[in-house]
Each structure stands twice: as structure tokens, then as C-alpha cells.
Design a protein. Sequence first.
Length: 112
Amino acid sequence: MKFIIALIKPFKLEPVREALQDAGVEGMTVSEVRGFGRQKGQPVFYRGAEYNTTFVPKIKIEVAVSDDLAPRVIEIITEVAKTGSIGDGKIFVLDLESALRIRTGDTDHDAL
Ligand SMILES: Nc1ncnc2c1ncn2[C@@H]1O[C@H](COP(=O)(O)OP(=O)(O)OP(=O)(O)O)[C@@H](O)[C@H]1O
Ligand SMILES: [Mg+2]
């Protein structure tokens, strides 16, 4: 199993959610977060100039999926969240050791 963390532009949440559900994702966690990348939160990149770092609002999506589904999930987020402008976001992929559905006791793949 993989645990996929994606930081995306807020207006991309709904299309990403819809596309992931269409692909068979059964659950996800979403948070409103703030962050910065290489441009330190500036709306454009000025080479050589000094600017203060600011935090930009982003959406964090966390989704636990089977190894089989993970490549498709990464592909969908990449395609749907992309605008081609700076700040489109990032995807981090972690190995997921275990999962458990509290109500039923289902574990691992049965719990996703
Ligand atoms: N190294 C990092 N570690 C943790 N979070 C990060 C990291 N880089 C970016 N993020 C998160 O991803 C968000 C979007 O980053 P962003 O897309 O601006 O990355 P970038 O490397 O600057 O790429 P780009 O040049 O396309 O803007 C940030 O606001 C932050 O929340
Ligand atoms: Mg950036």
C-alpha cells in the first residue's frame, strides 16, 4: 500500500476529488494548509532579487491506496492539478505499513 500526499491549488480540489473517485479511490482526507516552494510564496519568480518568504494557501490531499492503484492516482493528480504555472504543487509518496478499519477490524487492503 502507498500513502499519497498531494499539495495542490485550492481550486483544483473538486476536479481532483471527482477524478480520483471515478478511478476507484474510496476515501481521502483533505486539509487547508499553507506552504511555500522554490519561489518562497511569491506570485512570480524574480531571479536574483531578495523577497520575504510568505505562506500560500494550498490544499493537502492524503489518500491511502493499494500498490496497484497508486500509479493511476499519481497520474490523475498530476494531470488534473496542472496549470503549468508556478505553485501547481507536489506529490509525495510513502510506503504504507498497515491500515485498519476501526468499526470492523478489517486490515490492510480490506481497510482501504
Ligand atoms: N520540499 C517541500 N517539502 C514540503 N512541502 C513542500 C515542499 N515543496 C513544496 N511544498 C509544498 O507544496 C506547495 C506547492 O509547492 P510548489 O508547487 O510551489 O513547488 P515548487 O518546487 O516551487 O514548484 P514550482 O516551481 O512549480 O512552483 C507549497 O506551498 C508547499 O506547501
Ligand atoms: Mg513554487
